[in-house]
Design a binder for this molecule. Structure first.
Ligand code: NAD
Length: 258
């Protein structure tokens, strides 16, 4: 049966891959992402990125787009209401929007620390609260959070991002316990390394795609970075598996095994 799926951070990167996978599965998708230029260490999506993504995805099925800032509860509520008004229900919430920053703890600006937690952690709290009344009404509902292998193991100079992703895994497990009686399954996907803006515009900025691929081939047991398709496939599984809840599944080519 076709379901109605809301994907945050859906204008590009992993979120767009997740949207593609649901559309290919025959589901209806609302991609939700920032509509205004938001200042960060690297460019985040704009309204035109969001509209271009929706245009491209239309070839695969029924897709709409909406501006969303996950740090604002009212904005989350509007996105949820658009899905329910247009499609009649909300069955699956994919909390994928996220940002990264890195650097030694003693030089890490407090404002950046707060912003990473506001988007990566509080964003999930806001979206989940906005969506819950409708997820409870659905006969086949699930939440999938995009955590990371950075939520399973700490790394030097990544304390803020890792802590935020450990928090996503804690949220996932707690919500899975809390919402099981309502029939809502809650899982997380933990991508390994996917060549998106996070890498090309921040973590490995100015090094080029070839250097990225070569570095990842050396580092990852299966010898390649992950694709947005790899992550999309896993998220569709996590949103569909009827007796799976509370897991945080690595899609990392063996880079993380716990
Ligand atoms: P990306 O920067 O291409 O995508 C992130 C999207 O989130 C962007 O479109 C951005 O505009 C949106 N976003 C940021 N702040 C937002 C806000 N306040 N409200 C709404 N949308 C907002 O990067 P990506 O790699 O596709 O990241 C997607 C998710 O995957 C993130 O949660 C990230 O932490 C996670 N992740 C990425 C990797 C990787 O290697 N790329 C690995 C593990 C986990």
């Amino acid at each position: 049966m076709s379901r109605n799926i809301l994907v945050t951070g859906g204008a590009r990167g992993i979120g767009k891959g997740i949207a593609k996978a649901f559309l290919t599965n025959g589901d209806r998708v609302l991609i939700a992402d920032l509509g205004i230029r938001s200042s960060w260490k690297y460019d985040l999506s704009t309204e035109s990125d969001l509209n271009d993504a929706a245009e491209e995805l239309k070839e695969l099925g029924s897709v709409d787009a909406i501006n969303l800032d996950v740090t604002e509860f009212e904005s989350c509520l509007s996105a949820v209401m658009q899905m329910v008004e247009d499609a009649g229900s909300l069955d699956v919430l994919v909390n994928n929007a996220g940002i990264v920053d890195s650097g030694p703890i003693d030089a890490f600006p407090e404002a950046n620390w707060d912003r990473v937690f506001e988007v990566n952690v509080k964003g999930i709290y806001n979206m989940t609260r906005a969506a819950l009344p409708y997820l409870r009404e659905s006969e086949d509902s699930a939440i999938v959070n995009t955590a990371s292998i950075a939520g399973k193991r700490g790394s030097a100079n990544m304390s803020c991002y890792c802590a935020s992703k450990f928090a996503v895994i804690g949220l996932t497990q707690s919500l899975a316990q809390e919402l099981a009686q309502s029939g809502i399954r809650v899982n997380a996907v933990c991508p390994g390394i996917v060549g998106t803006a996070m890498w090309f515009d921040h973590l490995m900025a100015n090094q080029g795609e070839e250097a990225f691929d070569a570095a990842m081939a050396r580092r990852i047991p299966l010898q390649r970075p992950q694709t947005i398709g790899d992550i999309g496939e896993a998220v569709v599984y996590l949103a569909s598996a009827k007796n799976v809840t509370g897991i945080s599944m690595n899609v990392a080519g063996g880079l993380e095994m716990n």
